[in-house]
Design a protein around this ligand. Structure first.
Ligand code: MN
Length: 228
C-alpha cells in the first residue's frame, strides 16, 4: 500500500446534530444572486440573469464560532446562506428527484472580501480572491432531512450586535434547491460530500472586529459567530 509523501491534509467535516458521525466535505458550490432583492442591491437584473456558481474550498468551512478578520481587505461582508449537503450525486439529475440526494441542511455564512471581489469583477477576473479565503465559510451543524424534511419556506435573518441586517424568506430563492442541484449536475459530476451554499437575501453589509453575528434560518437552526 502506498504512503503519502507528505502528511495527509485533514478531511474537512461538518458535525451533524445529535450524532457522533461527521459529514465529510468534497466540494463547495455557491450560487450568486439567488434572491431578487440582493440581485438588485448588487446591480443585477433578477428577471434576466441566469444562475451562476463559484466555489469555495472545502477547508474554508469553519465550525469554531469565530471569524478572524481576513488579511488584505477593508470591506468584509456577511452573506447568510442555507447550506445544502448531498449524500449522493450524479450527472443530469432531474429536478423531480433532485431532493433525494440531499442529506441535510445547515446555517452558513459566505463571508466576502467585497473590495477584492469588486476589483475582480471590474477586471473580469475570477472571484476566489474575494470569496475563497481562510475560514470564509463559518458554518453550523448539519440537520438531517430525517429530522426537518426539505425547508422551502421560512424566515432567514442575520443580525449584527443585535441589530437586524439581513432578512428574507427561503421561498424568495430565484433558483430553488432542486433546480440548483439539477443545473449543477448538467455541468459537473456531483457526488456525496458536495455542499451548495444557496444564496443570500438582501442586506449584505460590512463587519468589523468585535462584531457578533447571529444568523437564523427557520426550521434549520441558528449560528453565532464573533469577528475576531
Ligand atoms: Mn453568497
Amino acid at each position: 500500500m502506498s504512503q503519502f509523501a507528505i502528511p495527509q491534509p485533514p478531511v474537512p467535516t461538518i458535525p451533524i446534530i445529535d450524532s457522533d458521525a461527521l459529514f465529510p466535505v468534497r466540494r463547495v458550490y455557491c450560487i450568486g444572486r439567488n434572491y431578487a432583492a440582493h440581485t438588485i442591491e448588487m446591480g443585477g437584473d433578477p428577471d434576466r440573469d441566469p444562475p451562476f456558481f463559484f466555489q469555495k474550498n472545502p477547508d474554508n468551512l469553519d465550525l469554531s464560532g469565530e471569524f478572524p478578520y481576513p488579511v488584505k481587505s477593508n470591506d468584509v461582508h456577511h452573506e447568510l446562506e442555507m447550506l445544502v449537503a448531498l449524500k449522493s450525486g450524479g450527472t443530469d439529475i432531474p429536478v423531480e428527484s433532485a431532493l433525494d440526494h440531499v442529506f441535510g441542511y445547515a446555517v452558513c455564512l459566505d463571508m466576502t472580501r467585497r473590495d477584492l471581489q469588486g476589483e475582480a469583477k471590474k477586471l473580469s477576473r475570477p472571484w476566489e480572491i474575494g470569496k475563497s479565503f481562510e475560514r470564509s465559510a463559518p458554518c453550523g451543524a448539519l440537520v438531517p432531512v430525517s429530522k426537518i424534511g426539505h425547508p422551502d419556506k421560512g424566515t432567514v435573518s442575520l443580525s449584527v450586535n443585535g441589530a437586524v441586517r439581513q432578512t428574507g424568506d427561503l421561498d424568495q430563492m430565484i433558483w430553488k434547491v432542486p433546480e440548483m442541484i439539477a443545473y449543477l449536475s448538467e455541468y459537473f459530476e456531483l457526488a456525496a460530500g458536495d455542499v451548495i451554499l444557496s444564496g443570500t437575501p438582501s442586506g449584505v453589509a460590512p463587519v468589523v472586529k468585535g462584531d457578533v453575528m447571529d444568523a437564523e434560518i427557520e426550521g434549520v437552526g441558528s449560528l453565532k459567530v464573533k469577528v475576531t
